[in-house]
Every structure is written in C-alpha cells, then in structure tokens.
Design a protein around this ligand. Structure first.
Ligand code: SF4
Length: 413
C-alpha cells in the first residue's frame, strides 16, 4: 500500500506534469483538423460544386481512376472552384510552364476557399515564389546512386525502386520535382526487370522500398507484378511502399489493392501527411483499412514553412496520425531544392519542435528528425543535446525537463 506521504508526493508530481500539457491543451482546439465538423461541411459543399461541374456522381467520386482522370491542371478551370484573380491565374500558368501541377478533385475540395493561408492550398496550388532561381536540382545526387535500372542505392542492406514518375497530386514542396515533369512515365518492363535482376544478384539487400513518384499511381496489376517478383526473391525480407495517396487520393486504397497486398506480407507502407487538415474521415478510413489488412503504417512529414513549422501543429498531426493507426516515423528537413526554397525552415526550428515533443507526448508519437546529407550520403538524425558532457567515468545528461543528471559511463563493479 502506498503511504500517505508518498501519495502526496506523487500527487504533487502529477500536478506538475499536468502543467506541461496546459499550453498544448489551450491551443489544440484552434488547430484545424480534417475531422472537424466545420471542415467536413466545407468539404461536402465543395464536393457538391465539383461534382456538378464535372457531371459526376458519388460513385464516381469514390473511384480513384475517376479522380485521376478529372484532376485540375488548368488555371481557368481552377478559377471555377476557387476565387482567383487574373494576376494569380497568370502566375499559376507561368509556374505551370516550368513545374507540373495537378490536383485531384478530392484534395481540391479540402481547400478553404476563404483562406489564402490555408495549408492545403500552400501544398497544392502553384505560387510565383516557385520561380526563384536559388537552390539545386538534385541535392541528393540521385543521378550517382543508380547502379541499375530504376534503383537508388545509398545503404548497405536496402534500396529504392523508383517505379514511376507519376503522382496523384504534384506537391508544391516536392523534393524530387526534377523527376516529376512532362508526361507520366511508368518505367518499362526492361528497366524494371534489370532492377529485379540486380536485387537477385545482391543477397545483402533485405529491404526494398517501392516508390516513385508515388507507387500507388500504378494500377493494382502493375503493382502486383512488382510485389510478386520481389516476394519470389528469397533474400528480400521486407517490402515497403511509398505513397502520398492516403492524403491526396484516399479512395486509391480500394478493395482490390487490399486483397492483393496481403498476399505479399510483410509489406509496410510509408505515407506523407504534413498537416492535421489532411487527416479527413476518408483518409482515416484508408489508413484503418490498411491496418486491418496487416500493413504497418508510418508517416513521413516534411517540415515546411507556412504549413507545419509549429510545435503544436506537429504535436497535433502526430496525435491525429496515432488515432488513425499510423506511427509518426520521420520529420524530414526540407532540402534546398530549386523552386521550393520558400518552404525552407531553419534546423533550429526543427530542433525546437523535437525538444517540445520529447516528454510531452509518448515516444510512439515522436518521429525522428532527419536531414538528408548532401551528395546522397544518407540520413542524419538530428536531436536536441541530451548528452551535456562525458568522460570515461561519468556522463552528464539533460532530461526532457532540462534537469541535469549524472550517470556512470559504465556500471560500477
Ligand atoms: S507525392 Fe511525393 S513525389 Fe509526388 S509530388 Fe508529392 S512529394 Fe513529390
């Protein structure tokens, strides 16, 4: 039994811990979320408008192929759904001549037409800032990490298969935009088979990430060709799929895909949500259906100025992800990709967010903050300093509350 004295100490500590949650609890109701009634109503109204314009039905809306066929990629058509003055339309056309853009009706319906600072708008509608000339085309040096076919290889036991340059939506912050241009290009069978041969001859490769572009821009049949071929390679233990469709086209997770993917387990899926507004009821359903199909889910967010560069927004996004059964996996520091520099943040900003999360929320809801080293040299995890000093005898550490503690470097015999 707990003594009264100890109970009193525990209660006092509980109150102090509760105080750490006060700031977030005060603001979280004001952080827009995709499941908020106000945004659901706004989405439904925009959806009706879009269906009337496109001559579609609810059945069409729920069909990912219909969504893809009816993507918006023309400023005049866009102006039929969002109020855009002539200058903005001209700017969208100017950017579009250099960098491809296209928005699914679903994602377009999420934009708050009255809010020019809407994060969904920032992620999807071109702005003139993209015409900035600073930055690099290929900061990851992907052209020099391609040993065969459509492979990118940067690590000892895993590699990437870039199976398409197509995406459901062309995100304005895209870090691989040099590959996302012109016409959609699914890779041909020759390049794919060459890549599969490379994996067969590389027994050290135990983990293959199938991505693009967006892997789920491929048909279920095309995907099954790839997954079944990988599963037949005995040394490939894990298959991962990279896709942003859970956020931009959640109807992509159809019955046929769910039935197919279960034949090739273990298949993991990493997705890319950047803001709690993207976690709509449709997106949550897509995540949940994948979880029911035995697909472990992780989220890779990109830290973006004007979208999610805020510790409370990131905390809220991660909590929303956990509710949807998706583990927050990475926060990527935005690279200096030409045309996207206006989304850039400082590393200090990212570290401040990480410092805020640690202790205030469960470790499961804390992703790893990653900087991709220039030149394709791999991921570098960035952490606030928890080791203050160390010598052979003692390590001085800092707790999440900022308290200093000393710990023996090795246990005393
Ligand atoms: S889905 Fe991914 S690859 Fe495609 S445009 Fe968006 S960020 Fe780029």
């Amino acid at each position: 039994m707990q003594s009264e004295a100890n109970r009193a100490i525990s209660r006092k500590r509980g109150e102090a811990l509760r105080d750490y949650t006060t700031d977030y609890r005060e603001v979280k109701g004001d952080i827009p979320k995709g499941r908020d009634a106000v945004y659901i109503a706004q989405y439904e109204a925009q959806k009706e408008k879009l269906l009337a314009l496109l001559g579609g039905t609810q059945t069409d809306w729920d069909d990912w192929n219909w969504q893809m066929r009816n993507r918006f990629d023309d400023p005049d058509r866009l102006a039929q759904i969002l109020e855009l003055d002539a200058e903005v339309q001209q700017q969208i056309a100017q950017v579009g001549a250099q960098y491809r853009w296209a928005i699914t009706p679903y994602y377009l319906a999420l934009i708050d037409p009255a809010d020019l600072a809407d994060p969904i708008r920032a992620l999807s509608i071109p702005t003139i800032q993209e015409m900035g000339t600073a930055g690099e085309e290929d900061p990851m040096d992907e052209e020099h990490t391609n040993p065969a076919g459509i492979i990118t290889r940067r690590y000892p036991d895993r590699l990437i298969l870039n199976v398409t340059n197509a995406c459901a939506m062309f995100c304005r912050h895209c870090q691989r935009r040099r590959r996302i241009g012109g016409q959609d290009q699914d890779v041909g069978r020759i390049a794919l088979d060459e890549s599969l041969d490379y994996i067969r001859q590389s027994p050290e490769i135990r983990d293959v990430l199938v991505t693009g572009g967006d892997a789920l821009a491929l048909s279920n049949g095309e995907l099954e060709y790839i997954l079944s071929a990988l599963r037949e390679i005995p040394t490939v233990e894990v298959i991962r799929i990279g896709t942003r469709t859970l956020a931009t086209l959640p109807m992509r997770i159809d019955d046929e895909f769910l039935e197919m993917v279960q034949k090739y387990h273990p298949v993991y899926l990493n997705t890319h949500f950047n803001h709690p507004r993207e976690l709509t009821p449709e997106a949550i359903t897509a995540c949940t259906r994948l979880a029911h199909a035995g697909v472990p889910l992780g989220n890779q967010m990109v830290l973006l100025e004007g979208v999610n560069n805020d510790k409370y927004v990131v905390q809220c996004l991660n909590h929303e992800m956990m509710r949807a059964r998706v583990r927050p996996y990475y926060i990527f520091h935005a690279k200096s990709v030409k045309g996207t520099l206006h989304f850039g943040t400082s590393i200090d900003d990212g570290l401040e967010i990480m410092e805020h999360l640690r202790g205030r929320t469960s470790g499961m809801a804390i992703p790893t903050y990653i900087l991709n080293a220039p030149g394709g040299l791999g991921k570098i995890p960035l952490l606030p300093n928890y080791i203050v000093e160390r010598d052979e005898e003692t390590v001085t550490l800092q707790t999440w509350e900022g308290r200093r503690v000393q710990y023996p470097n090795r246990p005393k015999q």
